[in-house]
Design a protein. Structure first.
Lengths: 122, 247
């Protein structure tokens, strides 16, 4: 049943968020640290485990696939609900710093991607 | 008309599905016929989303009661839920392989964003450590900025700027990623992990990657999700004290 997939996803989501929140409390922040990352990790592990055991069938998978395919529409809705006006109206300071910082990040991608990559190619 | 408004306001989320569906359909039409698919439909849809956000202010288009449901559809609950769902197709061994690169990218992402932000703020005339720290933190993400700002006691207009910088970063990542992806070798899970750690704004990273190649989304999201936490940890503490020692 599709709901099994959705339920598995919900379980991983909540469990990961819980861990992220505890990690946040532990290091003295009141926010979620890496909750989504933990949740993704749990989903990868549990899904492949259940699949190996033959518990997961096509319909269960579809329950998860549906939500992962809703991802892009959700991002579009998210973009439409950002405070774009504030970003634009704060004048050139925010725009200049925001643009240059992001470009720096872009330019570092090929540099840091080299780590671990040469090893893989052997 | 009154009945229609009431119906839509009561069923905001459902209306948001319809609005986004139409938006994506139109974007794909424009992408196919006007741009010959050179600019992906997803990128156009996200961009038109940002334009629509200008109709409102704090919550973008969701400030208009008719479109309030967009805030639910685009809010962090459903966003995170669907991001986690994308992990199903991710390859754990690839994440393991990129482990070190991922960690290095996270630390250098926060480090460079912060200090490039501080340096630029310094050139633009800011001299006090609190403002510099807050602006540097805003250059990480729009969550790190205000958290750091209130921790070090920066003024509210500086905090507003730090949020704005974070939002600009998100927008630039969203629009810029598909344009620059090829040039920076962003076409495999390994570099997507690094990318997520370097840019860090979950919304920008995931939206940018979705417009570039949806297969890369889970990898970028995986590292990006740790970025804001790391930024909130380092900016008001280590980085703040380091700056105080200098300025």
């Amino acid at each position: 049943m599709k709901i099994y997939g959705v339920a598995l996803l919900a379980f991983c989501f909540l469990f990961g968020k819980l861990l992220g929140n505890y990690l946040g409390v532990w290091i003295g922040l009141k926010s979620d640290v890496g909750g989504v990352g933990f949740a993704m990790f749990f989903l990868m592990i549990s899904y492949s485990y259940f699949k190996k055991k033959g518990i997961v069938n096509e319909l269960t998978t579809q329950g998860i696939v549906f939500w992962s395919s809703m991802y892009i529409p959700i991002i579009v809705a998210m973009a439409a609900t950002q405070n774009v006006k504030a970003a634009v109206s704060q004048g050139p300071i925010a725009v200049v710093i925001g643009v240059l910082v992001t470009l720096t990040g872009f330019l570092l991608v090929p540099l840091i991607s080299k780590i671990g990559q040469t090893k893989n190619e052997k | 008309m009154e009945v229609v408004y009431q119906l839509i306001e009561k069923n905001g989320l459902i209306f948001a599905f319809l609005v986004v569906g139409i938006l994506m359909y139109l974007s794909n039409l424009v992408s196919t016929h006007l741009f010959k698919k050179k600019i992906p439909g997803v990128a156009l849809a996200v961009f038109s989303g940002l334009l629509l956000a200008l109709l409102g202010s704090k919550k973008g288009i969701a400030d208009i009661p008719l479109f309030a449901g967009m805030a639910l559809l685009g809010g962090s609950m459903l966003r995170d839920f669907s991001v986690v769902a994308t992990a199903m197709g991710a390859d754990l061994s690839k994440i393991k392989q990129a482990g070190w690169a991922g960690i290095v990218s996270l630390f250098s992402g926060v480090f460079f964003s912060f200090f490039v932000g501080v340096l630029l703020a310094f050139f633009l005339g800011y001299r006090d450590v609190e403002s510099l720290t807050t602006i540097g933190a805003g250059a990480c993400t729009y969550i790190v900025g205000p958290i750091t700002g209130s921790a070090v006691g920066a003024s509210s207009d500086v905090i507003a700027i730090s949020i704005a910088i974070g939002v600009v970063k998100t927008i630039v990542a969203t629009i810029g990623t598909p344009l620059i992806a090829k040039k920076i070798g962003l076409d495999n899970p390994h570099s997507a992990l690094v990318f997520g750690g370097l840019i860090g704004t979950t919304s920008g990273v995931t939206a940018g990657l979705a417009a570039t190649d949806p297969k890369l989304v889970p990898y970028g999201a995986f590292t990006a999700t740790f970025y804001t936490g790391l930024g909130c940890l380092l900016c008001p503490s280590v980085f703040y004290f380091a700056l105080r020692a200098f300025v």
